[in-house]
Write a protein that binds this ligand. Sequence first.
Ligand code: MG
Length: 673
Amino acid sequence: MNYLVKKLLYIICLICTTALQAQQLRPEIFSLIDLNYPGLEQVRSLHQEGNDVAAAEALLAYYRQRSHINHPEVNLNNVTISKQEQQWADDALEHTFFVHKGYQPSYNYGKDINWQYWPIKDNELRWQLHRHKWFSPMGKAYRVTGDEKYARAWVHQYMDWILKNPLTGTNKQPHKLISSGEVKRDAENARFAWRPLEVSHRLQDQTGQFLYFLSSPSFTPEFLTEFLVNYHRHALHISANYSDTGNHLLFEAQRMIYAGAFFPEFKEAGSWRKSSIEVLNREIHLQVYPDGGHFELDPHYHLAAINIFCKALFMADVNGFRNEFPATYLDTVENMILFYMNICFPDYTNPCFSDAKLGDRKNEQKNYLIWNRIFPDNQQIRYMGTAGKEGVPPHQLSRPFKHSGFFVFRNSWKEEATIMVLKAGPKGFWHCQPDNGTFELWFNGRNLFPDSGAYVYAGNEVMELRNWFRQTRVHNTLTLDGRNLETTESVCLHWQGEGEVQTLVTENPSYEGLRHRRTVFFVDNTYFVVVDEAIGNATGEVNLNYQLCEGEVKIDADRHILLSQFEGDSNVKLQCFAEKGTTLREEEGWRSTAYRQRVERTAVSFNTPKKQGDTTRFITVIYPVKDAAQAPQLSAKFTTKKFSENRVDVEVKVDNKSRKLSCEWQRDLRFTD
Ligand code: MG
């Protein structure tokens, strides 16, 4: 035997020994599970005889034969693994753990795993280490290859994590425990390792990992008891530490349904399932507006919320308890899907308002096919899932979602469509940004005005970057002295979404002494006239901000014109008509395309000094056009000298063809339509 082979065998033995040494039979498991549960008769009698070693063996045999509990996402007869998952599984054998897409290549956590390693002080990097995203790929790799090395490594890492990440103090909020020395360090670590969202992530994924590895020789009776005791501690921890509200609470409740349904042998399983269905059913009505929008006003968390609600239903379906969900729950989920469909673009991406991720065509289209299984009669969901091959497109084009404050001007459901999605809603939850009045604009295959996005979430080193992308002034809306909005509480004064001229009037009490009223005319299903009025006694510089997508843009600062020079058949001419003294300023412009990824882009502001009591007014004509050289000549003016509380009148000329645009309203329609 050559030296290298000997060395390899030695390392394998060392790994096995370490794993086996770490695990021990945990007799408390026999008080955590209901020994009267059907199928556990032998476990009960062996335990009562005092033979816990044999009882643990019987318990493992029970789970290996168990066939009455199903998993909605794992089918052991058809396990597949992607190239990327295989890579994550293989990297994990070397303790190079896939933690976060925004931090690639992945970091190595050391031969003796350091679960407190925090190379960049972004909270997400530390939190998400404890989601163990490489464990399920290791499980798949094990099933696909049959190679025991994946199972051995998983058992070792699973035990190592338990030993090095104690749940300090009481089961109640360890992350709030303050102590000294070792305890303090453990408590600090527990703030990350035992944050309920991370705990719930493990609670969900470990159901699949259990199935993948259960048949492995490395999955010993002793390890089974360690696994179940640890899993039970996880479920109890969430029960006692549910987040107060928001998407975290939804994730936690959905995953508790997984715990209750997948391990019904635990004494509390029935109550876990029941109480988490109650949480989901309560929250779906609290967190979702009557128009179907989720209250974080973040398109991607909206999508995540749909998937949470659907996952709970799928788990119920495969295990026969769908009837525990009321009909109103399903109606709301369907409404959320229709909302999402309407605010998305033809390439299946969503606006990147708030902390939203862009999404991609393949995955987002697949979502509709998954949802179609729950709503088989909904032809619109079918249409989206099959990219128009089956089903029917939604019969409406432009749509207002007045409770959430999302307004969509749309002239088609096809790729060549012109679509503006404008955000002007109530104060949103944590992920929402102070961006009232902003919009994205799609034309003929390109998003011409994508949102700046989020870039990063939170953590000492990255907070400054996050704050840059959250600024009001990096959105397509109006600011005073470049400051963030003080109040984000838009109302819709008027909506008219059909015919030659479609209109939206929305108003936000942006700053003390300054209201921003924005009127949008969608003319001939072709171009937009945006009228901005800064009303009130505030003084300072009023800024009207616009950010285009990346690519070359010609700027005519004197005539206040932006003309894109993008390749392909999607361009835009933007011209702002404002009061004397208004100047065009080029601004720093970025858009985040994914976590910690950004591209530079053209950004400008039109700036007008505002004296006390004056209303500062702007008209911007935004004219999408295939070929920039063919862009029309534009002009626009107000036809009334003074601002009016209940009407807007302007005149626009496109290649000298004049058009009067007027809009009058009398009431706030936001909640009455
Ligand atoms: Mg934004």
